[in-house]
Design a protein around this ligand. Sequence first.
Ligand code: ZN
Length: 277
Amino acid sequence: MASPNLFSIDLEDWFHLLDTDAAPALSTWADQEARVETNAGRLLDVLEQANVRCTFFVLGWIAEQYPALLQRIAEAGHEIASHGYAHGLIYQQTPQAFRDDLRRANDAIEGAVGVRPIGYRAPGFSIREDSDWALDVLASEGFEYDSSVFPASRAHGGLPNAEPLPTRLPNGLMEFPVSTISTPLSRVAYLGGGYLRLFPTSLILHWARGQRARNESLVLYIHPRDIDLDQPRLDLGAFRNFKSYVGIGGCLDKVATLLSEFDWVPFRDYPRDAAAS
Ligand SMILES: [Zn+2]
């Protein structure tokens, strides 16, 4: 059976950056310049032109602030999944705090669109070895799938030795790791966020076609800020400034190319019996 490709958008704003003192605190989010509706609208237009439905991993705080945007997304046929409420790194939380954050996000999302999410993605893919208890919390809260495993090294999070393809975990949860490619040095992510912005389209297509030739699902993620040249810029230091803001100008065209080159479905449509192991 052909394994489908999964396209996702992490629905958050330009200031939802992790692991930096330069990012504003939750208590001041409502005072920041709001850009998520405009940028999400541009992504919705490109998806509509390509006739693709995908999954939006929505921050609970965004669901509370922008219920009309969530309704627009749901009415266009896209899946609404959860990105948690307050965008905290999992490995800095207790299991109970994580559970509370999940429930708060579910309440916000249900309040906006009347649908309870069955899928989850952790802020910053922050499920790593010392926070993999989160996968059992997700299963016990009734989630059916997770897409928080980043099977490569990473500043925050990362499980370099994890199974890199969709798989069913022993607790019953389906896991959809983001797409990575093996290089002689290490396993590298290439189909999301800063990686998607950094690598040239020709190289991304080469790697993605290689995965398809092996009947491997592509798992892509993008943020609305990844296409926003006019967003306010936080002072993150030279290295993270580069990572956070490189390649924004060409990113929407890159997304349009990938949408037309491959077939994509929302995560909810991944066949239940098609797991790799
Ligand atoms: Zn996020």
